[in-house]
Design a protein around this ligand. Structure first.
Ligand SMILES: Nc1ncnc2c1ncn2[C@@H]1O[C@H](COP(=O)(O)OP(=O)(O)OP(=O)(O)O)[C@@H](O)[C@H]1O
Length: 302
C-alpha cells in the first residue's frame, strides 16, 4: 500500500472498566472507500471517533493524513469531513444557512451551489431543517460532511432512512466523491452497501478486527463458498464428486445434484463433468454474499 491516509495500530479504548477496543489495527489507502463493519456495540463509532480526534485512545497509535488526531486536532479538522451518526440541527435552520454555517468552519469550502445541486437539495435551499423528509435530512448531513472540501470523509450510517432508489443514487454520488480523490471511511450495517460500494472493508468484533480485505476476499476468507447444481445427463457417482478438492458436500434431490464447496470447487466439478463427456442441464451456481460471510466471521446475524 502506498503511504496510507489512515494508520491505526493496536488501538485500545475502555469506557470505565469496560474494554471496547482491544488492539484494533488497519490502514486505509488514499482514494479508496473503506468500510467498517461489525455488530451493534462492536466499537465502530469509537474507532472512527478516535480517528476524528473526538475521543482520546487509551493505547496504540492513530495517524490520519500523517497527523495525530488529538495532539494536532486543529490542523486535522480542516482537512476531514464528518457525518455525525445522530446529527441534529435546529429545526428553524434553513438548508442554505446550515451549509453556510458549516462552510465557515473551513479555510477552503467547496462551491455550495454545486454541492446543493449534486445532492438534490437545490430546490430546498430555503427549507427549514425541521420540515425536511428523512431522506433529505440524510442528504444534507452528507453534504455538510463534504462542504469543507475534505481529503478524508467519515460517513456513519450513510443511507439510513433512504428508499431503495435513494440508496442507489447515494452510492453513485459517494463513488463520484471517491473518484474526485476523497478517501471515504464508511461505517455501515448494510452488507449490500459494503459489497456494492467499498473497495475494502474491515470487520470489527469483540474489540478486534476479525477480517479485512476486498468484499470478495472477505467472502473467500470466511470459507463459506457456494453451491453448484445441475441435472446430470447420465449416471454419476456422488463419491467421485465428493472427493474433488474444495467440495464440502454432495446431495441429490429430485434428479438434481447439488454440490457445495469452497475455493476452486466449481472448476473442479465442471472439469470432471467435461472429462466424463457428461452433458448436464439446468446448471446453477450460487455464490454466497457478504451477508453470509459476515455471519460466518462474527457469528452474528446483522
Ligand atoms: N461514552 C461512553 N461511555 C460508556 N460506554 C460507551 C460510550 N460510548 C460507547 N460506549 C459503549 O461502548 C461500546 C461500543 O460502542 P460504539 O458506539 O463504539 O459501537 P458501534 O459498533 O458503533 O455500535 P453501533 O453499531 O450500535 O453504533 C458499546 O457497548 C457502547 O455502549
Amino acid at each position: 500500500m502506498v503511504t496510507p491516509v489512515i494508520e491505526v495500530a493496536d488501538l485500545r479504548k475502555a469506557y470505565g472498566r469496560r474494554s471496547v477496543l482491544e488492539g484494533v489495527s488497519f490502514q486505509v489507502a488514499e482514494g479508496e472507500i473503506f468500510g467498517l463493519l461489525g455488530p451493534n456495540g462492536a466499537g465502530k463509532t469509537t474507532t472512527v471517533e478516535c480517528c476524528e480526534g473526538l475521543r482520546r485512545a487509551d493505547g496504540g497509535s492513530v495517524r490520519v493524513l500523517g497527523l495525530d488526531p488529538v495532539r494536532q486536532a486543529a490542523q486535522l479538522r480542516s482537512r476531514i469531513g464528518v457525518q455525525l451518526q445522530q446529527a441534529q440541527l435546529q429545526d428553524a435552520l434553513r438548508v442554505g444557512e446550515a451549509l453556510e454555517l458549516y462552510a465557515s468552519f473551513y479555510p477552503r469550502p467547496c462551491d455550495r451551489r454545486e454541492l446543493l445541486a449534486q445532492w438534490g437539495l437545490a430546490d430546498h435551499r430555503e427549507t427549514p431543517f425541521g420540515k425536511l423528509s428523512g431522506g433529505l435530512r440524510q442528504r444534507l448531513f452528507i453534504a455538510l460532511a463534504l462542504v469543507g472540501n475534505p481529503e478524508v470523509a467519515f460517513l456513519d450510517e450513510l443511507t439510513t432512512g433512504l428508499d431503495p432508489q435513494g440508496r442507489r443514487d447515494t452510492w453513485e454520488l459517494v463513488r463520484q466523491v471517491r473518484d474526485s480523490g476523497v478517501t471515504v471511511v464508511l461505517v455501515s450495517h448494510f452488507m449490500d452497501e459494503v459489497e456494492a460500494l467499498c473497495d475494502r472493508a474491515a470487520v470489527l468484533d469483540g474489540g478486534r478486527i476479525v477480517a479485512s480485505g476486498t468484499p470478495r476476499e472477505l467472502i473467500a476468507r470466511s470459507g463459506i463458498g457456494g453451491t453448484l447444481s445441475f441435472r446430470p445427463g447420465g449416471p454419476l457417482d456422488p463419491a467421485e464428486l465428493a472427493g474433488l478438492p474444495g467440495v464440502t458436500g454432495v446431495e441429490e434431490s429430485d434428479g438434481r445434484v447439488v454440490v457445495s464447496g469452497t475455493g476452486g470447487y466449481a472448476d473442479e466439478v465442471t472439469g470432471l463433468l467435461a472429462r466424463r463427456g457428461m452433458v448436464v442441464t439446468g446448471l446453477r451456481i450460487k455464490e454466497h454474499s457478504l451477508d453470509d460471510a459476515y455471519v460466518a466471521l462474527t457469528g452474528h446475524r446483522n
